[in-house]
Write a protein that binds this ligand. Structure first.
Ligand code: PG9
Length: 636
């Protein structure tokens, strides 16, 4: 019996080990099985070496294009010699058969040099002077002359900051660069990520640590140099913190000269100091913006700009990048794809596509990857490379009807501007009704939350589709809505809020939200009953934006309000493509706090809010006048 028992113990132990091995084998080993990995340091024109990882197909019987991504988030596989078995979400591009290259940008991780956030482009560089454009040019030159089996054609792509470097690659582009796909690409840090129209994205505070301490390989400490706010109620955490200057304690604030950009041997808090010392859109931010240089994209580079209609981090960037190349590029092949995604979601392999609580459909990202992105790169890097790519100029998802549409321009040609007025009986009417003022108390001790479910994550990526019913029922949120629509109403393009306001104070923020009010008895094709019930009377936020009132006339030269003086404040809300279906209502909400998505405005004018004192923060009464209007771009 003892022998039998020992045999059985041994047998089942072996079996379980085997199952364990079985599980490991199930990991995606495509890259390991089909690619070799090499790490090289490529020397730039000024002698600085940039660390570069090169994945080459093992099948050397044919040539391949080079797909390159330059990144501040580390190109080096974790650990020495190991290969990432899955190259992030882009393994579909490897399965197409490409040489894939990742590079640490100057000053980051394994590359030499000094890092500078959104390093400014230098138009007429001296001989050995460098910037990101020259680093990209030098890298492409080295790759096509040194990587075996390449077909002499290069593509670039990336999402978010890597997307910005893909935009950089198109400027004064190397002749071997044939295709670039900047995705969720940062356009300007004063309007993307950390600021929205001058307000500071307080909820992004932790993201500043992205540019924190340097390590040879990414380690957790580079990402979490602050208290683990995940364990905190962020609304209460930041409310208790008080003025922004109380956040300096998380940085070695006084040790760094604001003009000293980071270097690898220092705790890199210069970015926070840059934000604090430059509260206005001055030459520091202006020089970093890339939109102004899009007249330098040659027609030899085909571009496909990708973005998400609900991207909370980079919406300004991809929209302005597409429009900038369109405006400046003589005959460039320049297209855009905008889908129902939050930040970078189109690169995920999830089947069920949602943003926050809202469901848009299945396999939307997967089809984009296989039918759009892959087709774009194959055409320009392996195929004809002419303008007949078979892809549309604008491939855009109607977030109301939940369907894709193709247009030969964006916005579509049959779009007209239409004004709706905010009337005193909480109506959104298409005829001006008087100039009465509607007032509310803006209490800095009880600011309007930006969501009912404040995400305690790295950055608030999902709030853009949150239900806004909770806000509609607050006295410090003004609500204006149409009657129930008797036919579909489609917005396609940007929105301009033309407010007439006043305040008892001398400073104020203004937030406008465009909301699709769903009917109570929802006929939506929601997957499950609870989805169905959740959607009853759902107030879907379709678009939202803030303007820090001091910047109403100029982002460079702020000015206070005169107390109780009726003042014009115009706020541009980024493009949408959304059908408000028959039976729904269009609702506008106007408020002055949005916490802690953005920082609190003291509501008394101070030169620099990052240095404001507790005593500067005062509750005020704000007024919105009913000759305020909202200009929609309506698809006829
Ligand atoms: N643009 C995104 C970001 C940059 C910096 C801080 C937080 C977010 C991104 O690169 O993901």
């Amino acid at each position: 019996k003892a022998k039998l028992f020992l045999f059985l113990v041994g047998f089942f132990t072996l079996l379980s080990c085997n199952q364990e091995t079985e599980k490991v084998e199930k990991k995606d080993t495509y890259v390991v099985d089909n690619y070799t990995k090499k790490e090289v340091d490529i020397i730039m024109r000024d002698g600085v070496k940039l660390h570069t990882t090169i994945y080459t197909p093992k099948d050397t019987s044919k040539e391949y294009p080079i797909l390159m991504q330059r990144t501040p988030y580390s190109s080096r596989p974790y650990g020495e010699g190991k290969m990432k078995t899955k190259i992030g979400p882009n393994v579909h591009l490897m399965k197409e058969g490409n040489i894939v290259v990742y590079q640490d940008v100057r000053g980051r991780w394994m590359s030499e040099g000094v890092y500078d956030n959104m390093r400014a482009y230098i138009p007429n560089k001296a001989e050995n002077q460098s910037d990101e454009v020259s680093d990209t040019y030098d890298t492409i030159d080295w790759l096509i002359n040194n990587v075996e089996n390449n077909n002499g054609k290069v593509g670039t792509w990336g999402i978010s900051y890597p997307g910005h470097y893909a935009t950089i690659s198109t400027i004064d582009a190397h002749p071997a660069l044939k295709a670039a796909s900047p995705q969720a690409c940062i356009g300007d840090f004063f309007f993307d990520d950390f600021h929205h129209n001058g307000a500071f994205l307080l909820s992004y505070f932790r993201a500043i640590s992205l540019f924190g301490t340097y390590k040879d390989t990414p380690t957790d400490s580079a990402w979490y140099s602050y208290p683990k706010m995940n364990s905190q109620d962020q609304y209460q955490f930041f409310l208790d913190k008080g003025p922004l200057k109380n956040l300096n304690e998380y940085f070695q604030y006084d040790k760094l000269d604001v003009n000293t950009t980071a270097s690898k041997d220092k705790i890199d808090d210069f970015f926070w100091k840059e934000i604090v010392e430059h509260p206005n859109y001055d030459s520091v931010w202006q020089s970093k913006g890339i939109i102004q240089h899009l007249d330098k994209v040659p027609s030899t580079v085909a571009t496909m700009i990708v973005g998400g209609w609900f991207d909370a981090e980079d919406l300004y960037g991809p929209l302005e990048t597409y429009k900038g190349i369109e405006k400046n590029g003589e005959g460039n092949y320049n297209t855009m794809v905008f889908g129902p995604w939050d930040h970078g979601k189109w690169s995920r392999n999830t089947v069920r596509n949602t943003v926050g609580n809202y469901y848009f459909g299945d396999s939307i990202s997967l089809k984009f990857q296989s039918e759009i992105e892959t087709k774009f790169f194959n055409h320009f890097l392996k195929g004809e490379g002419d303008k007949n790519s078979g892809l549309p100029e604008a491939y855009v998802f109607d977030s109301g009807r939940k369907e894709w549409k193709s247009y030969d321009s964006w916005p579509p040609k049959n779009v007209v501007k239409q004004d709706w007025f905010l009337s005193e009986d909480q109506e959104l009417t298409n005829g001006k009704k008087g100039t009465k003022g509607i007032s509310f108390i803006s209490d800095v001790k009880r600011p309007v939350p930006y969501s009912e479910d404040i995400k305690t994550v790295f950055t608030p990526r999902k709030y853009m589709t949150d239900d806004q019913r909770f806000a509609a029922r607050r006295p410090d949120v003004l609500v204006f809505e149409t009657d129930v629509l008797t036919e579909d109403y489609t917005l396609a393009g940007d929105i301009l809020a033309k407010l007439k306001v006043a305040t008892t104070g001398t400073a104020a923020d203004w937030i406008v939200k465009v909301i699709d009010v769903h009917p109570s008895d929802v006929e939506e094709d929601n997957e499950t009953l609870q989805d169905h019930l959740k959607m009853s009377n759902y107030h879907l936020m379709v678009r939202s934006e803030v303007l820090r009132g001091r910047f109403r006339n100029s982002f460079e030269n702020p000015e206070p309000f005169k107390p109780n003086k009726k003042t014009a404040v115009n706020i541009k809300l980024q493009d949408v493509f959304h059908t408000f279906k028959k039976g729904h209502k269009v609702q506008i909400q106007v408020q002055s706090t949005w916490f802690p998505l953005i920082d609190l405005n003291p509501q008394t004018y101070v030169d620099n809010i990052y240095k404001a004192d507790e005593a500067d923060f005062k509750t005020q009464t704000h007024t919105v006048f009913t000759d305020s209007s909202i200009e929609f771009s309506v698809l006829k």
